[in-house]
Write a protein of this length. Sequence first.
Length: 604
Amino acid sequence: MAKIVAITSCPTGIAHTFMAAEALKRGANALGHSIKIETQGSMGTQNTLTAMDIQEADVVISTTHATVDANRFAGKPLYETTTSQAIHASQDIIKAALAQQPAHETTAPQSETNEHANLVAITSCPTGIAHTFMAAEALEQAAKALGHTIKVETQGSVGAQNALTPAEIQRATAVIIAADAKVDKSRFAGKAIYETSTHDALQNGQGLIQTALKRAAQSPTTATADNSTPVATTQDYLGEIQAQKAKRSASNLGIYKHLMTGVSYMLPFVVAGGLLIALSFAVGGINASKQIGTLGWALNQIGGSTGAFSLIVPILAGYIAYSIADRPGLAPGMIGGVLANTIGAGFLGGLIAGFLAGYVTLYLSKWINLPKNLAGLKPVLVLPLLSTAIIGLLMIFVIGTPVSYILTALTGWLKTMQGTNAFLLGLLLGGMMAIDMGGPINKSAYTFSVGLLSSHVDAPMAAVMAAGMTPPLGLALGTFILKNRFSKEEKDAGKAAAVLGLAFITEGAIPFAARDPFRVIPATMIGSAVAGAISMLFACQLQVPHGGVFVLLIPGAVNNLLPYLLAIVVGTLVTTGILFFTKRTITIPKPETELATNNIAKAA
């Protein structure tokens, strides 16, 4: 019988983290081996491996999506894979790990990582709300625990806060950028920069800081969490497959980050435009756009297709391209977005134009070499001119017409959708909002719905916001009425979750899901799916992409208000109801004085 230790961690630190742990446990038991598993989730590290656990282990298995600090496993065979592979082929993973030769001894950590360091960091997520500030707090706590000092600048929905000064950057040992959207790095020239995601900061802040300091000691160049060299792995066919999967995963995360950068810059235009349109209806009625010269008409013009909404697609396309190719990609991306609007390709055309403009500009920049005295013309003249011409011609002659047909068909289908079709779409969007609570799947449903607002298809947005509110609301209600199923810490967190739920911040449910994923996540998914389905079934429409119940107070922001509120309430109750059946009763130890009294009474 072999002794195994393992670490599991997925990008959100919720579902796959614990599913992989459970699968490895079952696989080890089936093969007659013992295993202890450390989970690194959004609530921090649980079931932490001790030095004695590692010393006694025959092999270490790492199923993570980020670089693991291998120093604690020095001299032990380390086998790296993914949570997905662990879930689907746990026994094969264990066999392959045990079959490999002992890994080369890992060198001791650089002295710089053990000494006091000054760090600076930036955190940013697409909406600039929950993950931005949660990641900042995680990094601050991690740095404090390691004996380092850190200052974190948050780039959120209200702009940059706690901004880094030039002097602070100059003194910094390393720069950490934990962001899901593009961050301007020009002010960090000459500094060691370590780039990762907000999820990685939430999962393993201490490991992230240690890795950043090691990279800084090794080389003062920009590093990313995706391009690190893996510690020794087997060279068999399974290891080769995992290497390829990891490479594809890094590529996919890059595409996701570019998309989220575009979404983050687009959101303020959607919010402002949607609220102004809602106000125009409140002032001038449903026909405000036709009452030329009135206040309602003016507000509709400012917010609608001649104002804020006319900029949604160009901004989306422009900043996707900017994320890929930096400033030279901005002009061709925005122009491609304008053309997408003009030829009726809408947000789908904008997405295509943004990615095309970014990658065309990026590759042109690599291929075109000018003499030094003309090099300054490349970013301001050569690249924008050539890439804009290429993207413009592609949009007009190749891409625009078919994408326009697709968007028109999709828009028509969504606008006429009712009954079973509407119900099923609501179920799908609602479930996606709760499965990873702010992760890629959640953001995919959200981005899809926001994009449709520019085509005046507002029903999916309503379903998505209702579904995104119910997980924290359902859990908050659960902590109030199911008191014997939640710990004191969870009851305290329930109060904050109620406020976050009302504000449409789904991440308020993360602490509960991280602690008990197999009971909490199914409940939140079903509750959110029900909320989304009811919203779509009653054809509720929402013109504003954020704000929760607070934007519902604005006349005209949502139609069919009572059915919409019903969808939120029912989704919340369904979530709490399922928790009644899935959550176990917690036995709270009695105080010692009460136990003594009971014992005396029994003796008497």
